[in-house]
Design a protein around this ligand. Sequence first.
Ligand code: HEC
Ligand code: HEC
Ligand code: HEC
Length: 128
Amino acid sequence: MYDKSKIFAGLAVFVVVMTYPFWNNIGSAAYVRPELEKPKNSQACVENVELMRTEHMSMLNEWRDEVVRDGVHEYHSKTSNQVFQKSLTKTCMKCHENKDKFCDKCHNTVAVDPYCWDCHVDPKGVQK
Ligand code: HEC
Ligand code: HEC
Ligand code: HEC
């Protein structure tokens, strides 16, 4: 005779074990971050890493608007005493020299493709 409850219990354990990586991921990272090439010439970003991960898109939008509309070029960091020039090419890409292995690599995993480079220069890309 088969013991149905044992079979179902066994099945349930099997299902949980097989899908564990999936369950374990819920609530941790919103997306899987690939291995990124961090800048070698600096230790810290404009703001702390958590803020940069979630806010860099809106930060860049604000920078653009403030430069283009208001002519304000200085950005005072909220998390350090540093002052930065509000510029995609001259600021972000000066530290993040390798667009392929930093910006693009992360964007590829989340399938975003910012159109900024239609007009803005990737300094490294130009030298190729
Ligand atoms: C002064 C150099 C410098 C500038 C300027 C700079 N970054 Fe960074 N950025 C860094 C460093 C160094 C790290 C890694 C910090 C760490 O891991 O603690 C980093 C981390 C990041 C991260 C998080 C990466 C991760 O690990 O998930 C993002 C996103 C980012 N930067 C985007 C930008 C953008 C967009 C700009 C322009 C608005 C910018 N950075 C300007 C040096 C810089
Ligand atoms: C740790 C991962 C990560 C890194 C590194 C990263 N980004 Fe992003 N970026 C994202 C994600 C995720 C989005 C999409 C956010 C959304 O749709 O809400 C995004 C969106 C953007 C957008 C808006 C695109 C759009 O179409 O709305 C811009 C602009 C941008 N990133 C610029 C940069 C630049 C420049 C760098 C390198 C200096 C960079 N990012 C590095 C994760 C990253
Ligand atoms: C159609 C061309 C075009 C596209 C596409 C474009 N920009 Fe710009 N952007 C400009 C021009 C022109 C300026 C003004 C340049 C100046 O005043 O030095 C500017 C200025 C800026 C500035 C401030 C000045 C600087 O040196 O960076 C930021 C930041 C910026 N854009 C971010 C972005 C981001 C982020 C994207 C993509 C989501 C983007 N731009 C897409 C044309 C473009």
